[in-house]
Design a protein. Structure first.
Length: 458
């Protein structure tokens, strides 16, 4: 993407963007903001994030920071002298508690530094306090939901779900009372729907606050969940599907340092299992063993992307015994791998970014959910879109994984699944093409955030 040229003026729009600096939230938000910045070169975008997260982005995603998209640091909320206990939720809770005051300070400093008043506030939807900040500044509030419309619906209807099924509802009970969620079970819902913790309350509060948003945009495309989308459009002032972000604002090509692509060139079409669980999901030792045993016994061609530290937990001699049919790497160029004709199935955790990448490349999935929206995504994959399966019991066993691989790669059902995901791939391409739903919504979003410094008229 070409770098825009800018001529600054104190009256030009200034969008404050608030990132959630944990998990894999910040990179996709930065990617779509970069696309907005490229489309509105006279609008300044200030990206507020913790120093730790910003440093990581500057190291791995520097290409997204255009001349009119600048990083600003916000305190992580950890009190001076405080010793963290090692629980990741502690970092989140400290950040959120101090978030409103720390963000105000950072925004004021950025306004002074840039000479531009904030004209619009965009934020990761998890940061519910942004609604109050936008009201204080009298600017439009435009939150971003980084997952799909299915998880947005679950959080939007949290109160109704609690009232309808109660805390003790059966895990197999279906959400027949929510449009488009008829095949989703209570047990598929994100933990925070029923649990009471500061973090779950943060997410649920965000789900309720979003009704106040001037515009809500999400990392999805309208054709993926049409019934859910139609329902949610009636609940919000303006809901814009502008995804998949990774295709709307694609990252640059990263060198294939581990030789995955040349290896794939030597394999038969749709024969390879690509295995990758993102940066925050970890298999138990028993599941690692089950995965290794399946790959060794089946002689299936595979690429397994797994951290170096976890490779040490693989069975003795596994790498040597499987080197003729597979490769184990500490990193793989995931989009390029999924786009290769040799890949026949993607074994993943059901994280939204991975789901969208698999759909965009037309690859069936085997999901082993861990937390958050993984379970509800898995249910949509298996029972609604019918583009993959969830592993038996939600964990890897040798027999369960063998069954899933056999079903997708060898059975007649696998052909149906492959056809379904091919159709969704085509729907994705249409959505992000000229005149497509996501591209038209992107234009509306650019128009919204790049307006002069005044409250939107409705």
């Amino acid at each position: 993407m070409s770098q825009p040229t800018t001529t600054t003026s104190a009256t030009d729009p200034h969008v404050a963007v608030l990132a959630f600096p944990f998990g894999t939230h910040a990179p996709p938000l930065l990617s779509i903001i970069s696309r907005l910045a490229a489309s509105a070169p006279n609008t300044l975008f200030s990206f507020f994030n913790t120093e730790e997260s910003n440093n990581s982005l500057l190291s791995t995603h520097k290409h997204y920071f255009l001349p009119n998209l600048k990083p600003f640091n916000v305190s992580n909320g950890v009190p001076e002298g405080h010793v963290l206990g090692g629980n990741p939720l502690e970092n989140i809770e400290l950040f959120i508690k101090a978030g409103p005051d720390n963000t105000r300070k950072a925004v004021v400093a950025a306004v002074v530094e840039t000479g531009r008043k904030v004209s619009c506030l965009v934020n990761d939807a998890f940061l519910w306090f942004a609604a109050d900040l936008a009201a204080e500044m009298e600017v439009p509030w435009v939150p971003c939901w980084l997952s799909g419309s299915n998880s947005l619906s679950a959080h939007f209807y949290t109160v109704l779900i609690r009232e309808t099924v109660g805390v003790g509802g059966s895990e197999d009970e279906l959400l027949k009372f929510i449009p488009g969620m008829y095949k989703v079970r209570i047990g598929d819902l994100p933990e925070g729907i029923f649990s009471q913790s500061l973090f779950s309350n943060i997410i649920n509060l965000a789900g309720q606050k979003l009704e106040q948003a001037d515009v809500l945009f999400i990392n999805c495309f309208e054709e993926l969940n049409p019934t859910i989308n139609t329902d949610l459009k009636s609940k919000f002032k303006q809901l814009l599907n502008v995804g998949p972000f990774n295709l709307i604002s694609p990252p640059p090509k990263i060198p294939d340092t581990n030789g995955c692509l040349p290896w794939l060139d030597r394999q038969k079409p749709a024969s390879v299992a690509y295995i990758g669980f993102g940066s925050v999901s970890m298999l138990s030792p028993d599941e690692l063993k089950a995965m290794a045993e399946v790959l060794e016994a089946s002689k299936l061609p595979f690429i397994w992307s797994i951290k170096k530290s976890l490779q040490e937990s693989l069975p003795n001699g596994f790498l040597e015994r499987t080197k003729s049919n597979g490769i184990v790497v500490n990193w793989a160029p995931q989009l390029d791998v999924l786009a290769h004709k040799a890949v026949g199935v993607f074994v993943n955790h059901g994280g939204w970014n991975s789901v969208l990448e698999s759909i965009g490349c037309g690859v069936p999935m085997i999901c082993r959910p861990f937390f958050g929206d993984h379970n509800i995504n898995g249910r949509m994959i298996e029972d609604v879109w019918e583009i993959g399966v969830i592993v038996d019991g939600g964990i890897f066993t040798k027999t369960g994984l063998l069954r899933c691989l056999d079903l997708i790669l060898l059975q007649e059902k696998g052909k149906e699944i492959r056809e379904n995901v091919k159709n969704l791939k085509q729907a994705t391409e249409k959505a992000i093409g000229s005149g497509g739903s996501s591209m038209e919504n992107l234009k509306r979003l650019v128009d919204t955030v790049s307006r002069p410094n005044q409250k939107m008229l409705h």
